[in-house]
Design a protein around this ligand. Structure first.
Ligand SMILES: Cc1cc2nc3c(=O)[nH]c(=O)nc-3n(C[C@H](O)[C@H](O)[C@H](O)COP(=O)(O)O)c2cc1C
Length: 411
């Protein structure tokens, strides 16, 4: 009952309603009519994997790798987030080849050294956290060879140290001042497909619970989808069906290379936010095609392919895209983008707008965000036994204390 009252209180104070959805909400949220459990903290089946709750730590590049190898920064960063109680963590965009990196400091998974470095980090993280882990496999295409963001993020030209010749669907640069990418020919396409498949096999050996294929934010697979970056006249350019061909081939190769019992899903930019660019209709069509190929979910983001994009930033601004994909395609969707409060996250799930919420910046700002959300929503969350003593008085049942000390005493 106390939980019910707490949830009623937060849900009636939701600060933001997705645009256009105002009339669908009464003062009392429908979620509170159900037998009271937070929907955000209910389990989510994702293919054969079941997430303990619907909070997904969105992939976040750390630009802290050396030659693609994870470092002690990854241990600190991932170790901290793995104790957060989220339902899933997706590791940062991980390049499938050296030229597939955004910057020279990107994480990679193209050789044995990369695999070993990541295995060491994962072994430590897993010793202390049961959180499911997925990896985002990526190729930056024409958006590669850049400085790390805190050094400016502009392109490092191929003749400079730490620079390389980028690849793309067409020889069209991202920014006018960038060196144009080399357009991939048939051999190049095969190589990229094989690189993705090889990285997927390495991810399987590393014991990842899932793979997220990065086809968003203007990187290589998105470049093929968008008419703004894809000017090809062969079977991989022109009509929608052709522009979808290469991303679908890569998805198939990754799906085949990863154990059938573990899910593979995709991150898409639902729209380029540019007239004449990739759009939501294309996203729905592609999602149908992915569903037919065994895709477990769609992580719905947007933008990134064009410097002319005009993004109407607001809390939950990408949620309506996830809602449409979920309604029309029927695959689980992850909504992401400026979802920062527990009440808003709960509403996105309770309203059926998406099946999970992705959080990036909010997780960096508050790495215990899921604990605080669970306390606010009257739910339970996993926490390491070393920290159980911090459970606040007003949330006495917050931590799932299933691991007991000797004699059944709580340690
Ligand atoms: C530091 C940082 C690194 C990011 N790196 C990635 C990445 O590797 N792959 C990706 O798909 N998105 C990346 N993103 C985008 C986030 O996953 C997320 O979609 C975006 O930040 C919006 O969510 P938010 O409002 O919860 O931060 C990154 C965002 C941040 C802040």
């Amino acid at each position: 009952m106390k939980n019910l009252e707490r949830l009623r209180e937060v849900l009636t104070k939701i600060p933001h309603r997705p645009r256009g959805a105002e009339t669908r909400h009464s003062a009392v949220h429908p979620a509170i009519r159900s037998p009271l459990v937070s929907r955000l903290f209910s389990p989510l089946p994702l293919g054969s994997l079941t997430l303990p709750n619907r909070i997904v730590i969105a992939p976040m590049c750390q630009y802290a790798a050396v030659d693609g190898n994870a470092t002690d920064w990854h241990l600190i960063h991932l170790g901290s987030l793995a104790l957060s109680g989220a339902g899933l963590m997706v590791l940062e965009a991980t390049a499938v080849s050296p030229e597939g990196r955004i910057s020279a400091a990107d994480l990679g998974l193209w050789n044995d050294a990369n695999e070993t470095a990541l295995a060491l980090v994962l072994a430590s993280v897993r010793r202390h956290a049961a959180m499911p882990l997925a990896i985002q496999l990526s190729h930056a295409g024409r958006k590669g060879s850049t400085q790390v963001p805190w050094e400016g993020g502009s392109q490092v030209h191929p003749h400079e140290p730490a620079g390389w010749q980028t690849l793309g669907p067409s020889a069209v640069p991202h920014a006018a001042t960038d060196t144009p990418p080399h357009a991939l020919d048939a051999d190049g396409l095969r190589r990229v497909r094989d690189d993705f498949a090889r990285a997927a096999r390495r991810a399987a050996r590393l014991g990842f619970d899932g793979i997220e294929l990065h086809a968003a934010h203007g990187y290589l697979l998105h470049q093929f989808l968008s008419p703004l970056a894809n000017h090809r006249t062969d079977a991989y350019g022109g009509p929608l069906e052709n522009r979808m061909r290469f991303p679908l081939e890569v998805f198939e190769a990754v799906r085949e290379a990863f154990p059938a019992g573990r899910p593979v899903w995709i991150r898409l930019s639902a729209t380029d936010w540019v007239e004449g660019g990739w759009d939501l209709d294309g996203t729905v069509a592609l999602s149908h095609a992915l569903k037919a190929r065994g895709c477990a979910a769609i992580h719905v983001s947007s933008g990134g392919v064009s410097t002319a994009q005009a993004i109407p930033l607001a809390p939950g601004y990408q949620v309506p895209h996830a809602r449409r994909v979920k309604a029309e395609v029927g695959l689980p969707t992850i909504a992401v983008g400026l979802i920062t409060s527990a009440a808003h996250a709960e509403a996105v799930i309770a309203d059926g707008e998406a099946d999970a919420v992705g959080l990036a910046r909010a997780m960096l700002y508050d790495p215990r965000w899921p604990w605080h959300a669970a306390a606010e929503l009257g739910a339970r969350v996993a926490a390491p036994p070393q920290y159980w003593r911090c459970q606040p008085r007003e949330a006495k049942d917050l931590f799932d204390m299933t691991r007991q000390g000797p004699g059944g005493r709580t340690m």
